[in-house]
Design a protein around this ligand. Structure first.
Ligand code: C2O
Length: 506
């Protein structure tokens, strides 16, 4: 079937933590913005109009591969021009992967102001169909009282010499606090969980209940039992939750922001958001226990249900080294291999399409996009070395990568000749993985999806300070196979980017 949405992006007001009312970015005058809900195989059409008046926008469908429709991926300056005030464009693609995703603006730093929501692809014939009675969606997020542009200019300024990231004012569950989820005894629920945070990972647990993980970032896994999940910004988990037969009380569900991420924890910050599994609304709602009562689940232990083996014999191997520093102007920047990402004027995808036979040459994409060009069907091995004492959730567009290896904290640079290092044989695949402070990790994927895909830290502060690289995958194949819709090109024309006209000629 075809599912169509008309989305008019507008400002509205909201006070989700009950402490502060502020301007937020909504859709059709509403906030929270709608959850997108489709079945696997559906065609999705979104007519997007920007009524913000003063700023650009775009939509990215986080975790969707967009195989064959790279121009629908959404990051501004990468696969499209940013949608300017008063402009319209249409996203139109078929969703052929099941699972739990989300969508958000991919104009720098914008989604924490509210333009973020779950994106659910139901799978009535999937391997776990029939194993549960009901599906529910729980989003986690962090929340700031200030608007992102204000926080960002402070973050990047000389007034912030240590590079401390702005600390959220609160945590939310389904964009609110005190969520009540009514359950019946002796039933199984499939809970789809998304962390839509700008910054904070959260520990999540439900007292008196276990979670049986069955999906991670759109990939079905062998069932794995967890007492507590650690979910970074942009990650998703689905788990089966079986309710108690004997319940004569209610139970607390807790999301707790990982305070290790914060340089300083402000006085009075409540890192927790609580919700309740409500068996009987007449009974009291309990207080949470201590966080240390639980052990977080290690996602490296997950095994994909399809049992896919580690890809062997990489044909394109490279590494990215993470650094945080300044550029002698006092501001804070983040670097991969010494490069801090600067968005190009012309979207990188349009450059790839219009570059003729030099399209495989990385230098044409500009040093500041941190470009890496793969040949079609390359087996890519990417080593990430975290030369920074912070944790980073790295996200790749266009793929779920295999997490072949992840070191402990402070392991230093990855050393390929260290024989004690063991790769997972059937590695967990996902699109966002946490690297530990001072650690490293090894990712592999097959370059079977021609397109231009960003790789970046999903902490919004770090995207804005440049922790981004561009992967240009089989641009030669793209040139013969993909054509940018006219309304997308018109967005650029409206901004006098005449050079993109070349892309239309292909
Ligand atoms: Cu959630 Cu670049 O994406």
């Amino acid at each position: 079937k075809t599912v169509t949405y008309d989305f008019n992006v507008t400002y509205t007001e909201a006070n989700p933590d009950g402490q502060f009312s502020r301007r937020v970015i909504g859709i059709n005058g509403q906030w929270p913005i709608p959850t997108i809900d489709v079945d696997k195989g559906d065609r999705l059409i979104i007519h997007l109009h920007n009524s913000l008046g003063d700023v650009e926008t775009s939509l990215h469908f986080h975790g969707l591969y967009q195989n064959g429709t790279a121009y629908m991926d959404g990051p501004a300056a990468v696969t499209q021009c940013p949608l300017g005030p008063g402009q319209s464009m249409t996203y139109d693609f078929t969703v052929d992967q099941p699972g739990t995703y989300w969508y958000h603006s991919h104009v720098k730093g914008q989604y924490p102001d509210g333009i973020r929501a779950p994106f659910i692809v139901r799978d009535p014939k999937g391997p776990y169909a029939g194993k549960y009675d009901e599906e529910v969606v729980i989003s986690l997020s962090d929340w700031y009282h200030q608007e992102n542009p204000v926080l960002f200019s402070r973050f990047l300024s000389i007034a912030n010499p240590t590079g401390a990231e702005p600390v959220p004012d609160s945590a939310l569950m389904n964009e609110t606090q005190g969520l009540q989820f009514n359950v019946k005894p002796g039933k199984t629920y499939m809970v789809r969980m998304v962390n839509m945070a700008a910054f904070a990972a959260q520990y999540f647990w439900i007292e008196g209940h276990k979670m049986n993980i069955i999906e991670v970032d759109g990939i079905y896994t062998e069932p794995a039992e967890a007492d507590m999940i650690y979910i970074t910004a942009a990650q998703r988990y689905s788990f089966l939750l079986t309710t108690r037969d004997d319940a004569d009380a209610n139970f607390v569900m807790v999301g707790s922001m990982d305070e290790d991420l914060f340089d300083t924890v402000p006085d009075g910050l409540n890192p927790n958001v609580t919700g309740y599994l409500v068996y009987d609304a007449a009974k009291p709602m309990p207080e949470p226990a201590e966080i240390d009562a639980f052990e977080p689940f290690d996602d490296f232990a997950l095994v994909p249900l399809d049992g896919e083996d580690l890809f062997e014999n990489p044909t394109y191997t490279f590494s990215l080294e993470v650094m945080m520093d300044n550029l002698n102007d006092g501001g804070n920047y983040a670097f991969f291999n010494g490069i801090t990402y600067v968005a190009p004027k012309v979207p990188t995808l349009y450059t790839a399409l219009s570059a003729g036979n030099v399209t495989m040459n990385p230098t044409i994409y500009g040093r500041d996009t941190n470009p890496h060009v793969f040949k079609h069907h390359d087996v890519v091995e990417l080593v990430v070395n975290n030369n920074d004492p912070g944790k980073h959730p790295f996200h790749l567009h266009g793929h779920a990568f295999q997490l072949a290896y992840r070191s402990d904290e402070d392991a230093g640079l990855y050393n390929a000749s260290d024989s004690s290092i063991e790769f997972a044989k059937k590695p967990m695949r996902r699109d966002t993985a946490l690297i530990k402070p001072g650690g490293n990790m090894v990712l592999r994927f097959r370059a079977d999806n021609p397109g231009v895909w960003l790789f970046h830290c999903h902490i919004e502060w770090h995207i804005q300070s440049g922790l981004v690289a561009t992967f240009i995958e089989a641009p030669d194949v793209l040139q013969t196979a993909q054509k940018i819709p006219q309304d997308h090109l018109d967005v650029c024309m409206g901004q006098n980017l005449a050079t993109v006209g070349n892309a239309a000629a292909n």
